[in-house]
Design a binder for this molecule. Sequence first.
Ligand code: NAD
Length: 480
Amino acid sequence: MDNAHFLWQTGWYCDGQWRDSKQQYEVNNPASGQLLAKVAVCGTQETQAAIDAAKRAFGSWRNKTAKERAAILRRWYELMMEHQDALAELMVLEQGKPLNEAKGEVAYGASFLEWFAEQAKRANGETIPSPTVDNRLWVIKQPVGVVAAITPWNFPMAMLTRKVGPALAAGCTAVVKASSDTPLCANALAVLAEQAGLPAGVLNLVSGDTAAISDTLMASPDVRKLSFTGSTRVGKLLMSKAADTVKKLSLELGGNAPFIVFDDADLDAAVAGAMASKFRNTGQTCVCVNRFFVQEGIYDAFVEKLAAAASRLTVADGMTEGAEQGPLINSVGLEKVEQHVSDALAKGAHLVCGGKRHALGGTFYQPTVLSDANEQMLLAAEETFGPVAACFRFTSESEVIKRANDTPFGLAAYFYTQDLNRVFRVSEALESGMVGVNTGMISNEMAPFGGVKESGLGREGSSMGLDEFLETKYVNLGQV
Ligand code: NAD
């Protein structure tokens, strides 16, 4: 630890000040259950104060040049990387992922600040040929205003920077509501933002009473945009609440990712991709594989190799040297995994490895592989969000595309093949916002991240990520 206790903030952040509250809530280490900190509970008043601060700060922040905003974002990126180890250790304690993964998330999260510092300077408009001789037509891009960002616990730093980076780059100001499981990670980033020179009120953080906070954000006419990452259930609820004030929306919601292994795949590469995509973050990622579809000719060999690799994973507290899989976030997550496994076994699945709570106790669960999965099982219909690889058998390409698409979700999809014609056919046929072909890792700041169908609206990262926080204004000039 780089002696960075200053990163631990338990207050709430408004108008450039850390504030206390009358009530606190407990944040616990998911690996040990131990109390980590008591954090300020925010409700209606605090949220309104945060919105007001963001509104006051908007005028001067939007009037800075893009280059000035970019310099602050760039410095924030550098500070995140300078404190990568300390931020990662805080994340392990609060969220549970292994230290190496946490370091990776800090770098991934920081990359959005670096990227959008550059993109800030490219919020270009355009001029349009006029249909009349005397008129001139042009289009400018302007920040949407105060943005509300609601983030989940599974990537507590990267989901914040993936929203706040482009929002601030565009000239918006923000009120962030972090998950009550991981407020310390969000607070640590605000500490560094302040050090980077972010003016008071540009970024404000509240957490605690989720219902009061979100109702205040959603009812406020001053909040012009909601950027949400979380479950489809909550996303739908917020979408309906956004209607009253017609807020712009970006929604990054749940998935049900298929991972298709064709007979012609490189078997070892497919197993390596499967491990990365399924067991990272203990299976708690929105782009995690939820359904492995394996062609009949390669099915037995794939299941055997996957189970061998899963059984070799080192399950431990994320701070333990060599840890590869940490605990689940809480007992609700653990119970869902247990329910999905027992339902699958009752409906004809076979346990190839794992299938039980881990001997470490708490919310640790064994890396699990199930064969003979079918569409009647709960795990075929909804995210398990845990370390369970369910393997379905298929015969033909047309059959598997139909089955892969037979879900209301469409975030990520993966497939392994060595047939180039199939690469084009299948990637075009899959109903998802992102497709990994012969790779299990698809997230980076330069590519558009997002889903179709009930997996969401809008894109994060890439040049499209900035557009989500910009309004388009068209100007028609007649004679002067
Ligand atoms: P969640 O929907 O329970 O919570 C997400 C956020 O919404 C948290 O801050 C939470 O406090 C808040 N929230 C909960 N109930 C709310 C309500 N009624 N009104 C307003 N806010 C509310 O999700 P989670 O368990 O924190 O995260 C896991 C989910 O997020 C999974 O479904 C996962 O697929 C999804 N996810 C999606 C992406 C993506 O980019 N598409 C990325 C990460 C996670």
